[in-house]
Ligand binder design. Sequence first.
Ligand code: UGA
Length: 378
Amino acid sequence: MIGPLEGADLVFICVNTPTKAYGLGQGKAADLTTLEAAARHIVRTASQPKIVVEKSTVPVRAAESICTILRANERPGVRHTVLSNPEFLAEGSAVQDLLRPDRVLIGGERTDERSRSGAEACLERLVTMNLWSSELSKLVANAMLAQRISSINAASAICEATGADVSEVALAVGADSRIGPRFLCASLGFGGSCFQKDVLNLVYLCECLNLPEVARYWESVVTLNQYQKYRFADKIIVDLFNTVKGKRIAVLGFAFKKDTGDTRESPAIDVCRRLIDEGALLRVYDPKVASSQIRLDLNQPEPDEASDAAVLTVRLLSCEGAHAVVICTEWSEFSQLDFGRIFASMAKPAFVFDGRNVLDHEALLRIGFRVRAVGKRL
Ligand code: UGA
């Protein structure tokens, strides 16, 4: 599992802590099997004292479990220290985030001078705190980012119902320096391997701490996100005259965000599944996601031969004969497409559903498209 630890002062635990898929806490709690195995491996292998750094995202007080395992198995005279140093990198900008972090958190079980002075010497924006604060800060940071997106997405539903424009609302709201402009892009819903997992992890923690009101508050962030994904998919069905059965739909983008090939919890998955359930024939294109991954996510086996009636065709940017183009990921290349040509090749009326608000909607309307965006009437 891990290579030899000899010679290392610091040992980082960076293992996955996915949502538990079985037993107690299933669907919410973090699965700490690998974290525990890592702690046991370290204490079995290390003959010198180590600073064990918890890098994985964990429930609050996971470091306590690591400590207990270490203490119970330490060799005589070998005393390990546990620190928390949560990860704040985002996919697609990880190097940038690493080189210019907003903050670096270190939580310690006690003031460990050796690790603190070493870290202070090489890190700017260092914040030290107690272990539990550090562990909780990671979960709350992700939960608040996710909550911001659910808040603007909730506003987008109000905008569509009233004629307000969510981009204008986000601009006005974000101009308040207490709120700030970032992470206010309304979308078809957030995805990725972190937000939902970490919010549910927090929900489970609150339930275990007998804080049901707090648990429900955070859970509503995920509930709203589910609602937003299905609201977007249902809009496509309703606008295509209440049926997509046998209709070709071109889906552009499948990754959970641009500049990554990662599809974990991608909102595109829920939208595509809903459309397939309604009998649509999808052509999914993503510049970075492998066809096999798209098929796996949508439970669609490789067809014997590609036919026009295939439920799913992938890796082909073709809108020919399609009734609608659906944007699920904000890839920059999509705004460069020749929509005049695309329009000419489509069934009429031709629809564009922009789930990321990245296209030039006025230009699309001039071409003749019927355009639907998130949080605005066009
Ligand atoms: C997130 C956090 O942003 C990182 O700080 C954190 O370290 C990471 O999780 C983690 O816990 O490992 P990541 O999931 O890679 O990073 O991506 P984000 O940029 O946060 O985007 C998440 C989702 O929210 C994407 O689907 C994105 O399209 C969506 N989003 C983001 C919106 O719908 N609107 C926005 O305004 C911003």
